[in-house]
Design a protein around this ligand. Structure first.
Ligand SMILES: [Zn+2]
Length: 325
């Protein structure tokens, strides 16, 4: 028995059902000695696609990060009934790369080369699949949070020097404003100044590559459509990728958890910038994806992030796709 399990048994927490985890304590607490850039190849019609794990982390704040506060007891019940941890929120970081003819596109870029074995794996994975940074022709920045933007910059320069960087005008204007408006967010106010500084610094470096791309725009010969995912940030984009009869909807940050935001789409993470709008957007997109049985991909859903949304407006479920070789 390991130390953590001994501790839990001693304190009776485990027996009281207050600590739940589908992973054994060894897995959750071990320090990663080696980096682990998972790569999963799949197809969207004729398009080659890779889901790359840039890393994995937990939000140690657990359910104190989730709103509304009045619903937290129900959230605990939902997590317990699925044997999910209630003390930490798991967060996967999945980067989508697609190749269509000579065009190679990347959708967000992870944390970048951070000195941490748990994240920043993208560049190693790209080497493994044989795509050099110079070969990326198109890049999409859904929004400017650190786990999405930092990987676009390496050593103070653009990481993908030949790629146009598509960002919605709303997202760009928000972060470039003298004082971006955080009046509606439940985010810890202390975290805001450093986040704004990071986003502004990165956008400055990426400015020569940026293309302000409105919702409804089609890229890669019509294969990618930029759609409205507004709310998590003011210009948060989601993407629909089509090839022949097949389609993939990249829902990016419409859900940070595979159970909570699906079981009740009103349950929201405190990191949303415009909370009401984020919930409205999630409901609209989930309703459409469920009724049209759209194959989806989530930036923060359990790796490799592929699945479908089932259910109806009362309660949805995330059904992960089985891996196929
Ligand atoms: Zn995110």
């Amino acid at each position: 028995m390991n130390t953590r399990r001994q501790f839990l048994t001693r304190t009776g927490l485990a027996a009281a059902g207050l600590v739940y985890s589908p992973l054994c304590a060894d897995q959750r607490d071990r320090k990663l000695e080696t980096r682990n850039p998972w790569i999963y190849h799949f197809k969207i019609g004729e398009i080659d696609a890779w889901s790359i794990s840039d890393g994995f982390m937990h939000f140690g704040q657990g359910l104190s990060l989730m709103y509304p506060v009045s619903e937290r007891k129900k959230m605990v019940q939902a997590l317990k009934s699925h044997r999910e941890p209630i003390d930490k929120i798991p967060l996967y970081v999945n980067v989508l790369v697609i190749k269509r003819d000579k065009e190679v596109a990347i959708f967000d870029a992870g944390f970048g080369g951070v000195p941490n074995n748990r994240k920043g794996w993208l560049s190693e994975a790209m080497k493994k699949i044989g795509i050099k940074p110079e070969q990326i022709t198109v890049s999409f920045l859904s929004h400017c949070h650190v786990d999405h933007i930092e990987g676009f910059v390496a050593d103070g320069k653009p990481a993908f020097p030949n790629a146009a960087l598509h960002i919605t005008p709303e997202e760009f204007a928000f972060w470039r404003a003298k004082e971006p408006d955080f009046s509606l967010t439940k985010r810890n106010p202390k975290s805001i100044p450093s986040m704004v500084k990071m986003a502004k610094r990165n956008l400055e470096i990426l400015n020569p590559q940026k293309v302000l791309t409105k919702v409804g725009s089609e890229l890669l010969g019509g294969a990618v459509t930029v759609e409205d995912g507004f709310g998590h940030t003011p210009g948060h984009a989601i993407y629909r990728i089509k090839s022949g009869a097949e389609e993939l909807l990249h829902i990016v940050d419409l859900a940070h958890h595979h159970l909570l935001m699906f079981q009740n789409p009103n349950w929201a993470i405190g990191l949303d910038n415009i909370p009401k709008r984020a919930v409205q957007t999630r409901k609209r997109v989930f309703a459409q994806a469920a009724s049209e049985r759209t194959r989806c991909y989530g930036f923060h859903l359990p790796y490799p992030g592929l699945g479908v949304v089932t259910g109806n407006e009362k309660s949805y479920q995330w059904k992960p796709e089985r891996l196929e070789w």
